[in-house]
Design a protein. Structure first.
Length: 440
């Protein structure tokens, strides 16, 4: 090990141990209106930003403008039997459930804005086909930034009160183009570059399914549901917060959204859906069956935990009940899918895992999150390339984060700049608090 690396890790290990000891005794010591454990614990539960489009309740789950997922499935205009994501975007941007005519207008508007500049595809084609799809996705989004209306108007001079207007235009253009970009990445990565032209008769989600190469009515319904329920999850999650933070610098929607996609690509965030299905595939391979018993699944879960790993798809930073997005996908499967081994495994894992995690006594949320089910549905319909799943997540997440970005610019939200402290400051603060207590 080189001398700089050696000295660094020695210093870091010593400080890490000191921090653990300090937090063991002072995790609940208040620093302003937060605790020391929150200072060190990723700012968990600190209310410090405004996000207009959705709110996450620990027990009720996500609400979009006050509406739960079951309510949205009833109220939003549908494409066949599932809600169209266009309607959710309208709701998030206006706070009003749209009419059928309003969704038709938005669907047609996105269709007119959907043409992707050829240079974007040329940029993608310079990358090796085996480049991770999320890397390709963020490259393509950054390439499209060349046409940013916000960047052009800001450079020309625009009043702050008008920032929302080019933000809206960029957001509409970007959302309209994302399905074709994402489908292009899928076809070049997994289908020898045999691309499929858009179908202008389809809605936004149905056209995405078509360009991916899936024509069944059920799969198109799955895309409508998938792109609706993955769209937003309040502002504190990593991808949403990243878009908010980068957007607060007045980076345009393309640069802001690309940054959020890089956050979504992390294993602790959007990449989790890939890890769930891979964990299930590994279980199937090791057990030698596509129809394991619940006892076999329980043993495999315990083996996973004993090895120091987590069960992917279980647990959530906020939720303390089963994720309503998981429930929505389970209901979809119950309605559309009969006799699927991979779906049945997901349902059996749902019965097996929570009691095991609860027995450990350390898990606040033993319930499944959205990632626990989505991969199995996609595999059932033949979309088996797990390292592509997060791109689909990203297409959906654009709806929420870009609607919220429009609101941030319309409300004149400032540059986000929280105050940081050093560990030396934290140790000194704790020492002073102890001294004050001893004096009193």
């Amino acid at each position: 090990m080189d001398p700089l690396k050696q000295k660094f890790i020695e210093k870091a290990a010593a400080l890490r141990n000191d921090i653990r000891a300090m937090l063991k005794e002072h995790s609940e010591t208040e620093v302003g209106n937060v605790t020391m454990s929150q200072v060190y614990g990723g700012a968990r539960d600190i209310k410090m930003m405004v996000w207009e489009t959705s709110e996450l309740d620990a027990n009720e789950g996500i609400r979009f403008r006050g509406y739960s997922i079951p309510e949205l499935k009833k109220l939003l205009p549908k494409g066949d039997r599932e809600p169209r994501p266009e309607g959710l975007f309208w709701l998030m941007l206006t706070g009003e459930v749209p009419t059928e005519a309003e969704v038709e207008w938005l669907q047609n508007e996105w269709r007119q804005r959907s043409e992707v500049p050829n240079y974007v595809f040329q940029v993608l084609d310079t990358l090796p086909a085996e480049t991770h799809p999320m890397t390709q996705f963020t490259v393509a989004i950054n390439a499209m930034q060349n046409d940013s209306i916000f960047a052009q108007r800001y450079a020309a001079g625009i009043p702050k009160t008008d920032y929302w207007d080019p933000t809206y235009e960029d957001s509409m253009n970007l959302i309209a183009k994302l399905p074709q970009v994402a489908a292009y990445i899928y076809r070049r990565s997994f289908h020898q570059g045999k691309h499929i032209a858009p179908n202008t008769d389809e809605d936004w989600a149905g056209n995405f399914a078509h360009m991916l190469g899936f024509e069944s009515t059920d799969f198109k319904n799955l895309m409508r549901l998938y792109l609706t329920i993955h769209a937003d999850h309040e502002g504190g999650n990593a991808s949403a917060h990243t878009v908010h933070l980068v957007g607060s610098t007045l980076s345009d929607p393309y640069l802001s959204f690309a940054a959020g996609i890089n956050a979504l690509a992390g294993p602790l965030h959007g990449l989790a859906n890939q890890e769930v299905i891979n964990w299930i595939f590994e279980m199937i391979e090791k057990l030698g069956t596509t129809a394991p018993t619940k006892d076999q699944i329980a043993d495999y879960v315990k083996t996973t935990l004993a090895s120091g790993q987590v069960v992917p798809g279980y647990g959530h930073a906020v939720l303390r009940q089963p994720d309503p997005r998981f429930t929505a996908q389970k209901e979809f499967a119950e309605q559309y899918i009969q006799n699927s081994d991979i779906v049945q495994i997901v349902w059996d894992v749902f019965e097996v895992v929570p009691p095991i995690l609860q027995s450990l006594g350390k898990v606040k949320n033993p319930w499944p999150n959205v990632d626990a089910h989505s991969g199995a549905l996609l595999v059932h319909y033949g979309l088996t390339e797990a390292n592509y799943y997060t791109v689909m997540f990203g297409v959906s997440r654009a709806l929420g984060v870009l609607a919220a970005l429009c609101w941030s610019r319309a409300l004149g939200m400032p540059l986000e700049r929280p105050k940081s402290v050093t560990s030396a400051w934290a140790f000194d603060f704790v020492a002073r608090q102890k001294q004050e207590v001893s004096v009193n």
